[in-house]
Design a protein around this ligand. Structure first.
Ligand SMILES: *Cc1c(COP(=O)(O)O)cnc(C)c1O
Length: 380
């Protein structure tokens, strides 16, 4: 079946007991046993919960993996994945990463013996060179945040596997509606379900989806051993979001295109980063690898921070806030907000100037979003 149908039905038959078309929220920490160790499949809700099990099945189905695992946050999912690797393991990561991911790698895990190297994965050569030394995992995002660069997932997976490394892809920006990394050779997909999968800015959650049965079993063991699990109610919210993911991503894409065109046509904007524009350096790869270009984009105002301040003040529909992927449009100033922890020199070297803005285009009427940006540009 096709994506939109699967997102609504996969792993979610009507409740066998009552016929309820939505899975009940099983608010129970423990489950009765008819004799010691004789259960109906559930023992204790850290180890497993019926509402969570439905979400995990649905996540596995939409990403095309075997095992789905739900977590209390995206970073909870990542921290649990990292527990899989013994100390001294080396992880080769993309050089444009979500700030919290970078913080967990550099300011925490490094002290406990994991090694991290960062490479540009928009080209083959730097990754091939990095993989001449043993590596346990290649970790990447595509498109990246906030510069919307792409990595060729098939090529990264081929290089990594040749070097004996696992491949994990943070698919938060694209979502399985637009990009399914496991189909392109990835071993693990990670999500912050806080973003598009939840979709309504009302829940914090994370997920891992795994193809290999043994790795899936190992991560299920770690999920229980570490315990960063979501509440049954949060699982219900993510499941509800997932059902409309397909139509929302189409609407997000339509909004982003409208906003990108206004920005690209303005003299006050020096650069627009959106994979859907033919001017994007990897537009051809985006067409090949994605089923749509998504709702995220970034752009630089030529007037720097003073122009940014005037622009933000004039916006009426976009809200200045961190996070992304909700139905409402949000705007972020990476240098002072989401990426403030990256030292200035490195930020500038990476292209995150003081004039850069990141747009999470919501599902309001695209014409209203375009008008909002046009009006704000006239004041910038
Ligand atoms: C938000 C985000 C995360 C972290 O997820 P949380 O749910 O906030 O813990 C990881 N990766 C990306 C790309 C994100 O946007």
């Amino acid at each position: 079946m096709r994506f939109r149908t699967r997102a609504i039905h996969a792993g979610q038959p009507p409740d066998p007991l009552t016929g309820a078309v939505n899975v009940p929220v099983y608010l129970s920490s423990t489950f009765a046993q008819s004799a010691p160790n004789r259960t109906k499949g559930y023992v204790y809700s850290r180890s497993g919960n019926p509402t969570r099990a439905v979400l995990e099945r649905a996540l596995a189905e939409v990403e095309g993996g075997r095992t789905g695992l739900a977590f209390s946050s995206g970073l909870g999912a990542l921290a649990t994945l990292l527990e899989h690797f013994p100390s001294k393991s080396r992880i080769v990561a993309i050089d444009d990463l979500y700030g919290g991911t970078w913080r967990l790698f550099e300011h925490h895990q490094r002290q406990f013996g994991l090694e991290f190297d960062y490479v540009d994965m928009t080209r083959t050569e730097p990754l091939a060179r990095a993989l001449e030394r043993p590596a346990a995992m290649v970790y990447l995002e595509s498109p990246t945040n906030p510069l919307m660069r792409l990595a060729d997932l098939t090529r990264v997976a081929r290089l990594a596997h040749r070097a004996g490394a696992l491949v994990a892809v943070d698919n938060t920006f694209a979502t399985p509606a637009l990009q399914r990394p496991i189909e392109r050779g990835a071993d693990v997909v990670l999500h912050s379900t806080t973003k598009y999968l939840g979709g309504h800015s009302d829940v914090i959650g994370g997920a891992l989806i795994v193809q290999d049965r043994e790795l899936g079993e190992r991560l299920l063991w770690l999920q229980n051993a570490v315990g960063a699990v979501p509440s049954p109610f949060d699982c219900f919210l993510v499941l509800r979001g997932l059902k409309t993911l397909g139509i929302r991503m189409d609407a997000h894409t339509e909004s982003a295109r409208a906003v990108a065109e206004v920005l690209a046509g303005s003299r006050k904007v020096s650069e627009v980063h959106y994979p859907g524009l033919t001017s994007h350096p990897q537009h051809a790869l985006a067409r090949r690898q994605m089923d749509g270009y998504g709702g995220m984009l970034s752009a630089s105002l030529s007037g720097g921070f003073p122009a940014v301040r005037r622009f933000l003040k004039a916006l009426e529909v976009f809200t200045l806030a961190e996070s992304l992927g909700g139905v409402e449009s949000l705007i972020d100033h990476p240098a002072k907000m989401t990426h403030a922890s990256v030292p200035r020199a490195e930020r500038v070297a990476r292209g995150i100037s003081d004039g850069l803005l990141r747009f999470s285009c919501g599902i309001e009427d695209p014409a209203d979003l375009a008008d909002d940006v046009r009006r704000a540009l006239s004041r910038a």
